[in-house]
Design a protein around this ligand. Structure first.
Ligand code: MRU
Length: 352
């Protein structure tokens, strides 16, 4: 099987700081920003300089190291250092509520902090750094596995619809939904992608098209309301999206608008797949009803590029995510293979 080499590296730990692509600048600029302070990492996640569930997980792991480096300047005792760092870690996860990967990665760092009784702050910081690096590198490998499993269900010459951006730029560097696309494309260059614009923040238009064009994969941009039209015409062979949190019954939260795509796919008999690592599955919640949905700034809806697009003073609601019920999902593509309904059972088996 041919392997796809992506040019994109979204986030990386370098010596004492986290280097990431600044995703607020797309599509005008593709530039990097170095995050050197814990509070700046909190803001980078909240303002979506870094975004996408797996990428903000890694950002969270890096953020813990940044806080550790700062606390190390304060001459604290080992136990006070640990207590303060655990508090900062808990604060970091409040930057965005929906993607469980952020919580997951920070918990991995917290386990290291809690279990370290060496009394040596410097060596604890080194352990946190190397764990951050390990999670980073694992993310790419996990995504490649997801990609390879997913490619097995991509028909020859398929047109794949995706919503939002679950690509290299939402992860460390390969992608979940777009990882499936990359792996399929490596072996069948006749496949192509249709990308939903993804209002209000236009991740499909600003990010998915950018990364697929950078990697030479054919992509056609459509607006969110067009998906049913193209499905009815028989122009979409499958849908693959990412996820921010998957409940124990397979209900999957993803970018707002995903649910609409899933309903349309069901109606038109187009298979709808979710591609996500195990770290996105939250077995502590029984169904999607328990997923906290982020409410974002109204300006994302009332303005485009800083310019108002509606009457002043109009009422606005702006949930960032919706939950696709499990019965609309043909399969969940993970690094351990593709799981199918009954998801409560197949998810439980994954974690045995
Ligand atoms: O608000 P965003 O841009 O962070 O939302 C991203 C998504 O909804 C992605 O589809 C999801 O995080 C999966 S990324 C592999």
């Amino acid at each position: 099987m041919a392997e796809f080499q992506s040019k994109i590296r979204t986030i990386e730990w370098v010596d004492t700081y986290s280097k990431m692509v600044d995703q607020t600048k797309f599509p005008d600029k593709y530039e990097y920003i170095n995050i050197t302070k814990g509070d700046d990492m909190f803001d980078a996640i909240k303002t979506m300089i870094v975004r996408g569930a797996p990428a903000i997980g890694i950002a969270g792991a890096h953020g813990v190291v940044l806080y550790a480096q700062e606390l190390n300047q304060k001459n604290l005792s080992f136990s006070d250092f640990k207590a303060e760092l655990l508090k900062k870690s808990d604060y970091l996860v409040t930057s965005r509520p929906t993607a469980v990967n952020l919580y997951w990665a920070v918990e991995k760092q917290k386990d290291i902090i809690k279990n370290d009784n060496s009394g040596d702050i410097k060596s604890l910081i080194e352990k946190l750094k190397s764990n951050g690096k390990k999670l980073e590198l694992e993310d790419i490998e996990i995504n490649k596995k997801i990609g390879d499993y997913g490619a097995q269900v991509v028909p020859k010459g398929a047109t794949i619809l995706t919503h939002c951006n679950a690509g290299a730029l939402a992860t460390v560097g390969y992608g979940t939904a777009l990882g499936v696309v990359r792996s399929a494309f490596a072996n069948d260059p006749t496949i192509q992608v249709f990308a939903d614009e993804t209002r209000p923040r236009q991740q499909g238009a600003r990010i998915t098209t950018l990364e697929l064009v950078m990697d030479g994969i054919p992509v056609t941009l459509i607006t969110d309301g067009m998906c049913s039209y193209f499905m009815k015409k028989g122009m979409i062979d499958m849908v693959v999206v990412g996820a921010d949190r998957i409940a124990a019954n397979g209900d999957a939260a993803n970018k707002i608008g995903t649910y609409t795509v899933a309903i349309s796919a069901k109606y038109h008999n187009v298979p709808f797949y979710v591609a996500a690592p195990l770290s996105t599955i939250d077995t502590s919640i029984s169904s999607g009803d328990e997923i906290v949905i982020e409410e974002r700034s109204h300006k994302e809806v009332t303005e485009i590029n800083g310019k108002p697009i509606c009457a002043q003073g109009v009422n606005v609601i702006n949930p960032g995510f919706d939950v696709t019920p499990n019965e609309l999902i043909a399969g969940i593509i993970t690094e351990k293979g593709i799981i199918r309904p009954d998801y409560r059972q197949s998810i439980a088996e994954l974690f045995e």
